[in-house]
Design a binder for this molecule. Structure first.
Ligand SMILES: C[S@@+](CC[C@H](N)C(=O)[O-])C[C@H]1O[C@@H](n2cnc3c(N)ncnc32)[C@H](O)[C@@H]1O
Length: 220
């Protein structure tokens, strides 16, 4: 969940937004649809997604794991960018949101690359581990509820291959992390994790002021 420009001066945000290649029509449609339903701010930002797509191309991602599908913005964009034999494992708990995603996956012609698991993501991640999917994924995106983020990260560490990437979106919680006066469980959890992760020797870590803040980890 991120808004472009939250971490930049508005003039700089506008300037850089204009420098992103045009969004494909289907992604614009997903964004319009979500905005109409007042859910628009839940989708990954265009800049964050454009950057992830750039990484998908650069590192030739084939197998992608997504925690937090919503109406399908990031999953559609990434599925369209994967090679023909690529796969998306998608985790969410909302039938309402993922029915919209399903519609757009079909419209974009990528539905057969995507397997949706409709239950709490931690259950799915543990099932994937039990089914022998460790070290399988090239990229995982963590973009769901914030309190279990560290548990998601631990599971992704097992599921992503050595040299693969884990991305954590929305690391400033729509700016709340920057406000000393906000004290919520999510803020405490994310604030501690954001600091702890940079010294985690299992990863090469970088946190970027893209969208609402994006942490990228390479599994050593
Ligand atoms: C920020 S949105 C995901 C945005 C999506 N990546 C996109 O680009 O549109 C977060 C999603 O996480 C889902 N979610 C919340 N708690 C969850 C849980 N425990 N397990 C799986 N999904 C969860 C919500 O239903 C919601 O669709």
């Amino acid at each position: 969940m991120s808004a472009d420009g939250l971490l930049l001066h508005p003039a700089a945000a506008n300037y850089f937004s204009a420098l992103i290649a045009d969004e494909p029509e289907i992604l614009q449609e997903i964004r319009r649809h979500s905005a109409q339903h007042r859910l628009g701010n839940m989708a990954a930002s265009p800049t964050t997604t454009a950057f992830l797509l750039w990484l998908v191309r650069l590192t030739k991602v084939q197998h992608y794991l997504e925690i937090g599908v919503f109406t399908g913005y990031s999953s559609t964009a990434i599925a369209m960018t994967l090679p023909e034999n690529g796969s998306v494992t998608a985790c969410d708990i909302s039938v309402t949101h993922t029915n919209v995603a399903l519609h757009f996956w079909q419209k974009a012609g990528v539905a057969d690359k995507i397997t949706l698991h409709l239950q709490p993501a931690l259950i799915t991640l543990n099932e994937l581990i039990e089914q022998g999917q460790e070290n399988f994924y090239d990229l995982a995106l963590i973009d769901a509820d914030k309190l279990p983020t560290e548990h998601y990260l631990e599971a992704c560490f097992r599921l992503v291959r050595q040299g693969g990437m884990i991305a954590i979106d929305n690391i400033t919680l729509n700016g709340k992390i920057l406000s000393e006066h906000t004290d919520t469980p999510s803020r405490r959890v994310m604030s501690a994790l954001n600091r702890k992760i940079i010294n985690d020797m299992r990863f090469h870590c970088i946190s970027l002021p893209i969208g609402d803040g994006l942490t990228l980890l390479i599994k050593k």
